[in-house]
Design a protein around this ligand. Structure first.
Ligand SMILES: NC(=O)c1ccc[n+]([C@@H]2O[C@H](COP(=O)([O-])OP(=O)(O)OC[C@H]3O[C@@H](n4cnc5c(N)ncnc54)[C@H](OP(=O)(O)O)[C@@H]3O)[C@@H](O)[C@H]2O)c1
Length: 329
């Protein structure tokens, strides 16, 4: 299969390219040549800006296209329309952030998506990211109809992730001692290994799947924070121990629940950790063993000398553990 990836050199797209090559497909990457230039030896790389710079793709045909780098509907329309006659099938990597309401659990693909009030907005931030992705999906669907797949990943985990939302929890236990863990060990946690996402995306593409698919961790037999951190501690070795700090204590201490305790879905937004990806599982989504994801991520972070951009500093941990002790007096 001749596969075109729009993007392909950072994280999600990089794993997709690796998987496609491993499966024997012929891969072409289209990007600006800025992120990790020369990363792959055996792929054709075409350079251009996907906003008004798609000319190098003119006249080319591909069996399949996967768009990993689309965030703005006006720009996604350019590649979608240009490639309409040039490919059989277009897969768009969207996000579970499209959903309008995370106060409920078990969000499936039929749940309402968020809308932006201003169709001209192109600034991508935490408020516009989801609604813009939803508009991008609409564009792809309007151009390709039954010839497209929309994949909505939850938080993606694994080597090369620069958000550190999963990586922090792999790395922190390796430093030993007590560390702050969110709320209660029974709370659910959800993520998808980038390699599993790559395999599913490729399968959707090869099999010409049509429709929308959430791609997160399983909801049935959901992973708990307790089991997750136990595995992280085991993989790291040493004497690290999670201390479960009730959410109210965290809030009173003004902990940033998104960046200081990444991956955690606060009590008022349980939907973030309970997205239903049963449809993707039925279509072939499979999950790697948890310890493999943790081991590979920890090894990558160590080998790369990766500096964490999320998680708690040591000083902050001491502050929060002291606040917990005081709350129990
Ligand atoms: N990480 C998560 O937890 C998560 C969760 C849900 C959804 N997602 C979605 O998954 C995708 C993840 O992206 P990624 O960065 O990991 O993908 P990637 O495909 O590995 O990297 C992004 C690629 O896009 C290229 N690119 C960026 N701007 C471009 C432009 N203007 N024109 C042409 N190429 C451009 C970059 O190369 P150059 O810089 O060289 O151009 C790079 O190759 C996104 O769609 C995101 O919304 C991620």
């Amino acid at each position: 299969m001749q596969l075109l990836i729009l993007g392909g050199t950072n994280f999600v797209g990089r794993h997709l390219a690796e998987r496609a090559l491993a499966d024997g497909h012929s891969v072409t990457l289209f990007n600006r040549g800025r992120t990790n230039p020369g990363l792959f030896e055996d792929v054709e790389e075409m350079h251009g800006d996907r906003d008004e710079g798609l000319d190098p793709l003119n006249g080319r045909t591909f069996d399949r296209v996967v768009d990993v780098s689309g965030y703005v509907p006006r720009i996604v329309r350019q590649s979608a329309e240009m490639l309409r006659q040039a490919t059989d099938h277009y897969t768009f990597i969207s996000s579970v952030s499209v959903y309008a309401d995370f106060t409920t659990t078990g969000i499936d693909e039929d749940a309402p998506v968020a809308a932006t009030t201003d169709a001209e907005v192109e600034d991508i931030n935490r408020n516009t990211y989801g609604p813009l992705k939803a508009l991008c999906e609409e564009v792809v669907h309007s151009v390709y109809r039954e010839r497209c797949t929309i994949v909505r990943p939850g938080i993606v985990a694994g080597p090369f992730d620069d958000t550190d939302r999963f990586t922090y929890w792999c790395v922190r236990p390796s430093k030993g001692g007590e560390f702050v863990a969110p709320d209660h060990s029974s709370r659910p946690v959800q993520f998808i290994d980038a390699r599993d996402l790559a395999a599913f995306t490729l399968k959707a593409s090869v099999d010409l799947l049509h429709g929308v698919f959430n791609a997160t961790g399983p909801l049935k037999d959901a992973l708990s924070w307790g089991d997750f951190l136990e595995s992280c501690v085991e993989v790291a070795g040493g004497d690290a121990r999670p201390v479960w700090v009730p959410e109210q204590v965290l809030r009173d201490a003004e902990v940033n629940l998104g960046s200081e305790l990444p991956l955690y879905a606060p009590l008022d937004r349980p939907g973030f950790a309970t997205v239903d990806c049963g449809r993707a599982i039925a279509a072939g989504l499979e999950f790697s063993p948890l310890k493999r994801s943790i081991e590979d991520t920890l090894r990558w972070a160590r080998d790369a000398g990766h500096d964490l951009t999320a998680g708690m500093t040591q000083g902050r941990e001491e502050e929060i553990l002291e606040a917990l002790r005081r709350s129990r007096l």
